[in-house]
Design a protein around this ligand. Structure first.
Ligand SMILES: Nc1ncnc2c1ncn2[C@@H]1O[C@H](COP(=O)(O)OP(=O)(O)O)[C@@H](O)[C@H]1O
Ligand SMILES: [Mg+2]
Length: 393
């Protein structure tokens, strides 16, 4: 075994039976587990446990627990729900709901492989859902009503999951401060990919909720353009880009983008937090308004159908929890990828479904043996004549 190979997953963590490892971050191991109970109760959960090497890092463990406790108080459909915080074998862990879906990073990669880019109305819908989740977190208060000033600090495409029923969930919540502490070297430099960190986070100043809005602006820009806005070949260049680089106008590469959406993303990306939206609710309302003004509101159901049509293989590979109803519908035919990035809106799906239904009926009628069709029509005509005659009498 090589030195860096992860240890084989344990058979269980506390009461949770380990199915398999989902990931291994710098700070914690992530496992897909089963929680079983009385009367056949059986569900998938995700358990995130501090890595054994960090056993002696009291500062990191305290921060992990503090922040996890705060995150556990957030109850919102757009934020992953924490089930419990405990420890097993001397290592603290967080058990949370299993989110059946894909990170936005995987969604974007899969679309680019098919030479597609997300349509702008899908991007606006994703942004508006993230804003709802963020606002719930930012507004978290203690029992006295004092604001807890929660900031996620790590909003990025990998930490936003899009579920098979079209809901966007923020994950990796609340431990970002600990992770950030861990990622700082003795000289105070930040390790890792800082492409989504707000400029004020780099300069170690006070960070508030507006830092998450900057990060969300960078995510939305990336979804529209198909590549990360500030990512450069090394961390120093990336940090310098975040601090100084301008934001290229989206309309240059996406002529379809409405000016209102371009303006929202530009405003979220202002270097000065005062010039950004001041709350996630404000940004969410602006995104929702674009969708309403243009008649392009995209519901979670639309998103679910869109994903199903676009990424059937990726969705089929996910561990099953319980399949949403839409996933049981027959999948539409797969069309070959076009040669240039194409924008497909989730909205025409309704028309597609309707057309398929009409087509099905016609096909079924066309499937009748030739001699049955005239006979059927003659019978219908005869029945109508009889009905008319009895009515006239
Ligand atoms: N609750 C969850 N449900 C489903 N998948 C999850 C969940 N939490 C994490 N994951 C998967 O594990 C990956 C890493 O999890 P994350 O919490 O972001 O850890 P890290 O600290 O390593 O970034 C995610 O990108 C996602 O694919
Ligand atoms: Mg993460």
């Amino acid at each position: 075994m090589r030195l860096l190979d992860p240890l084989p997953p344990p058979a269980h963590i506390g009461r949770y039976l380990v199915e398999r490892r989902l990931g291994q971050g710098g700070m914690a191991d992530i496992f897909l587990c089963r929680q079983v109970g009385m009367g056949g109760f059986d569900r998938l959960v995700v358990v995130k446990q501090i890595r054994p090497e960090l056993r002696s890092r009291d500062d990191v463990i305290h921060m992990f627990l503090d922040e996890a406790r705060i995150a556990a108080q957030i109850s919102h459909p757009n934020v992953v729900q924490i089930i419990e915080i405990d420890e097993a074998d001397g290592l603290p862990y967080i058990a949370m709901e299993y989110v059946r879906g894909l990170p936005l990073s995987v969604l974007l990669e899969a679309m680019l492989r098919r030479e597609l880019l997300p349509p702008w109305d899908l991007v606006a819908a994703i942004g508006s859902q993230v804003c709802s989740g963020l606002h719930a977190a930012h507004e978290l208060r203690d029992s006295d009503g004092t604001l807890l000033n929660v900031v996620h600090r790590d909003i990025s495409p990998a930490n936003l999951l899009i579920t098979t029923d079209g809901v966007v969930k923020i994950i990796d919540f609340g431990i970002a401060r600990a992770k950030n502490r861990l990622a700082r070297t003795a000289t105070g430099h930040i390790k890792g990919r800082p492409a989504y960190l707000a400029p004020e986070m780099m300069s170690q100043g006070r960070v508030d909720r507006r830092a998450d809005l900057f990060a969300l602006g960078a995510v939305l820009h990336e979804l529209m353009r198909g590549r990360a806005l500030f990512d450069r070949h090394d961390n120093a260049s990336t940090i310098s880009a975040v601090m100084t680089a301008g934001v290229p106008p989206l309309s240059e590469c996406r002529p379809d983008v409405p000016p209102q959406l371009e303006e929202i993303i530009r405003r979220a990306l202002c270097k000065d937090p005062e010039a950004r939206f001041q709350t996630a609710a404000e940004m969410g309302a602006a995104l929702h308004a674009v969708a309403m003004q243009t008649g392009r509101y995209v519901s979670p159901l639309h998103i679910a159908q869109y994903l199903e049509r676009l990424l059937p293989l990726e969705l089929a590979a996910l561990p099953e929890q319980h399949l949403p109803t839409t996933a049981r519908l027959p999948l539409p035919e797969h069309r070959p990828a076009p040669s240039r990035p194409t924008l497909i809106s989730p909205r025409p799906l309704e028309q597609t479904t309707l057309l398929r239904t009409i087509q099905d009926i016609t096909e079924r009628m066309a499937g009748l043996p030739r001699w049955q069709m005239p006979l059927l029509l003659a019978l219908l005509a005869f029945a109508s004549v009889l009905a008319a005659w009895s009515w006239l009498r």
